[in-house]
Ligand binder design. Structure first.
Ligand code: AR6
Length: 167
């Protein structure tokens, strides 16, 4: 899949689907998750609660992904995925967040998808490896369309540019 890098806030992206770096509860949190729920509004949380009541009574496992409405965000869907916590999880689970989210996106017909740098904040994954896993997983996906990797910090964006240039 085509990959582009964007420096900025993921909640400001105009795309078909915005991927959320959630936790298993699906009830919100800090970082990207907090920002998405804040800007998306109550409709996002309402659908997350519904998913917990139905499909995921024990929560969404790490490496999996599920879609809800995007509420007031400039997107059609939010795809919630749960990254692994560094040292407790492995890189395969981290790559699975990207590939499973893109599988869900393809099922929905979403061809523009914005990703945050999953696990690289509260979950403690080293930034450089988080970028490498994201780039590898997205590049290998068979989806049509464009995935954007949205990096909040300028230094992280520059690091991602170097990683992409290095192949
Ligand atoms: N736009 C783009 N990137 C952002 C934004 C934003 N608005 N805000 C933060 N980042 P994190 P995780 C960057 O912690 O590590 C939550 O509490 C941030 O700088 O959001 O997967 C959840 O509920 C970092 O590079 O996600 C979970 O409990 C990256 O996004 C837990 O944190 C990911 O940071 C998930 O932790």
């Amino acid at each position: 899949m085509r990959l582009e890098l964007v420096q900025g806030d993921i909640t400001k992206q105009r795309v078909d689907a915005i991927v959320n770096a959630a936790n298993s509860s699906l009830f919100g949190g800090g970082g990207v998750d907090g920002a998405i729920h804040k800007r998306g509004g109550k409709a996002v949380l309402a659908e997350c609660r519904q998913l917990r009541d139905t499909t995921y009574p024990d929560g969404l496992p790490a490496g999996q992904a599920v879609a809800t409405t995007a509420g007031k965000l400039h997107a059609k869907w939010v795809i919630h995925t749960v990254g692994p916590i560094y040292r407790r999880g492995d890189a395969e689970t981290l790559r699975s967040c990207y590939t499973t989210s893109l599988r869900v996106a393809a099922e929905l017909g979403a061809t523009t998808v914005a990703f945050p740098l999953i696990s690289a904040g509260a979950f403690g994954w080293p930034i450089e490896d988080a970028i490498q896993q994201a780039v590898d997983a997205i590049a290998a996906a068979p989806n049509a369309g464009t995935a954007s990797l949205v990096l909040l910090q300028p230094e992280t964006y520059e690091l991602a540019q170097r990683t992409l240039a290095a192949g």
